[in-house]
Design a binder for this molecule. Structure first.
Ligand code: PEP
Ligand code: MG
Length: 555
């Protein structure tokens, strides 16, 4: 029996080799002696930060594409003048260089972590510069990949962008990290380099240098001390899956050609080029928050117009659904939200912000309309967190006033799902945000990892609400898509098709597996499967229905 650790599958493929651990970042003791010469200390701190930034710039100059844009963002964050002011304040208050650096970065890191989501994961980038600057200030070896001979599997807490960009796929057979989610830079870069990776792997801390491990980045497992037969098996499985995924391309459809559109979730202008080059039918969810987060006032109409335009340009005639600002709760935006709400997830968030602060919403709709005109793009808009048909109608009217004719809303609140028929009477389409719909259906904070079981997209009450929405859309002759994380689950794809969902929107990397899963069944089989899954009383039985159905279809 091989000992297996579990994490998140982050980059597909399988590989085995000895563990090489990253050099850990420096740890500072809590007590320090106030420096005798604060001026010299400030100069040392500044020099250490400058050295860390210069090193990053050197590394960034040797890479391109997505890796470069990750590092450029990191360099930009390191050049924030308020960091330098914070360091100077720390030294003035009696801290030596290394401690002043630690504390100044600490405040910025905490702010990003509080925002969560994509920006929360960028906190790791800031922590990396902090650690490099501290190591430089203390004259210690830089944290990161040690120089070793031969090929290995890299294991660490998280891998910093500065290290990931220099990964040599000929030497690094696989990557395992304790932290990080599917959108962390480790996952992004590992996928770009084709290195199998498992992130957020809880037991990785216990893996010692030299231990032989096998990484299965497709399933998200790490086997400790596997025998050769185990390694051969996961390599063969991974190769056959790769072959299967590569065999399909083009629009999403079931085996008998029933279309289910494969769309992308995009969240910044940064990856616009690679997103646009992907084999997908358009954008199902363009999250616009990236333009608003981490700043003190709203971007101007012109700034928004340019940023949206950057994404629209690449997609040519393909449809792009732009979601208006979803401020609040896990996406707290200081100038849009109030700080003193006792329950921000149940407070003024999403569309509700636009009602109370109409200037924000109208400026955004104006910018979207202008950007659509600039690029002759097929743009639709949708509002987040709609709860009633009246809200849907008001949003539609406002969008039309700005010349945007195709309007939709997100179904993220159980009230909206239950009354989907009335909501669909007001708008052209709906898109189900299963991340929030799970949170509100199961009264489980989506940010709380320990409630993950309730937030599982296979939960029967969530699937029942999806079924209600899909049936209402079918009756109205309109489209109902899914743009939450559930859309990237290949096991659920045929179930959603069978329920009548018309599009699935996900990150680029999830598309091939979902496309292949749809191709496994005819529409009739999807419908039978969906009916059986809806009758399952809990998550394990729902999953079992699909596994058994798939085994039956193969026989
Ligand atoms: C969702 O809630 O499922 C969704 C897609 O929106 P977000 O994750 O941005 O809240
Ligand atoms: Mg949401």
């Amino acid at each position: 029996m091989v000992d297996e650790l579990r994490g998140n599958p982050a980059s597909p493929g399988a590989a085995a080799g000895p563990v090489v651990r990253l050099t850990p970042p420096p740890v500072l003791p809590e007590h320090w002696d106030a420096p005798a010469a604060p001026e010299a200390e400030l100069a040392a701190a500044t020099e250490a930060l400058d050295a860390a930034v210069a090193d990053l710039e050197k590394r960034a100059a040797s890479v391109s594409g997505e890796s470069k844009s990750i590092m450029d963002t990191q360099i930009m964050m390191a050049q924030d003048p308020s960091l330098r002011t914070g360091i100077a304040d720390g030294v003035a208050n009696g801290r030596p260089a290394a401690w002043a650096i630690r504390d100044a970065f600490g405040r910025h890191v905490a702010a990003l972590e509080a925002i969560g989501g994509y920006l929360g994961e960028r906190a790791a980038d800031l922590i990396d510069i902090r650690d490099r600057a501290i190591a430089a200030a203390l004259g210690l070896a830089q944290p990161g990949i040690p120089a070793v001979d031969g090929a290995f599997v890299l294991v660490g807490q998280d891998i910093a962008p500065a290290d990931t960009v220099l990964l040599d796929p000929a030497k690094v057979l696989g990557i395992v990290t304790e932290k990080g989610g599917p959108t962390s830079h480790t996952a992004i870069v590992a996928r770009a380099l084709g290195i199998p990776a498992v992130v957020g792997c809880a037991g990785a801390a216990g893996l010692a240098d030299g231990t032989r491990i096998a990484v299965d980045g497709t399933r998200g497992t790490v086997a400790v001390d596997p025998d050769d037969e185990y390694v051969r098996r996961i390599e063969a499985e991974s190769a056959s899956l790769k072959e299967k995924l590569a065999a399909h391309s083009g629009p999403g459809a079931t085996a008998d050609g029933h279309p289910v559109k494969l769309l992308l979730n995009v969240g910044s202008a940064g990856g616009a080029e690679s997103d646009a080059a992907a084999d997908a039918e358009g954008v199902g969810l363009f999250r616009t928050e990236f333009l608003f987060l981490d700043r003190t006032e709203a971007p101007t109409v012109e700034e928004q117009r340019a940023a949206y335009g950057e994404v629209l340009r690449g997609f040519g005639g393909r449809p792009v659904v732009i979601r208006t600002l979803d401020a609040g709760a896990d996406k707290y935006i200081p100038f849009a939200n109030t700080e003193d709400e006792p329950n921000p997830a149940l407070g003024v968030r999403g569309y509700r912000v636009g009602v109370r602060n109409p200037g924000l919403l109208t400026a955004q709709l104006e910018a979207i309309s202008l950007a659509a005109g600039d690029h002759d793009a097929d743009v639709r808009v949708m509002a987040p967190m709609i709860a009633t048909p009246a809200e849907a109608a008001a949003f539609r009217d406002l969008a039309r006033e700005h010349g945007i004719t195709k309007t939709g809303v997100m179904i993220e609140v159980p009230a909206a799902a239950i009354r989907a028929r009335d909501i669909l009477a007001e708008v052209d389409f709906v898109s189900i945000g299963t991340n929030d719909l799970s949170q509100y259906t199961y009264a489980a904070d989506r940010m709380l990892g320990e409630l993950g079981e309730l937030l599982d997209p296979w939960q029967p009450a969530l699937l029942a609400l999806v079924a209600t929405v899909a049936a209402a859309a079918k009756e109205a002759g309109k489209s109902a898509g899914i743009c939450g994380e559930a859309a990237s689950d290949p096991g659920l794809a045929p179930v959603f098709a069978g329920l009548g969902i018309t599009s699935l929107s996900m990150s680029v990397s999830a598309v091939p597996a979902v496309r292949a899963a749809l191709k496994d069944y005819t529409l009739e089989q999807c419908e039978i499967l969906a009916g059986e899954v809806l009758r399952a009383p809990d998550v394990p039985s729902a999953r079992k229905v699909v596994e058994e159905f798939s085994a039956r279809s193969v026989d």
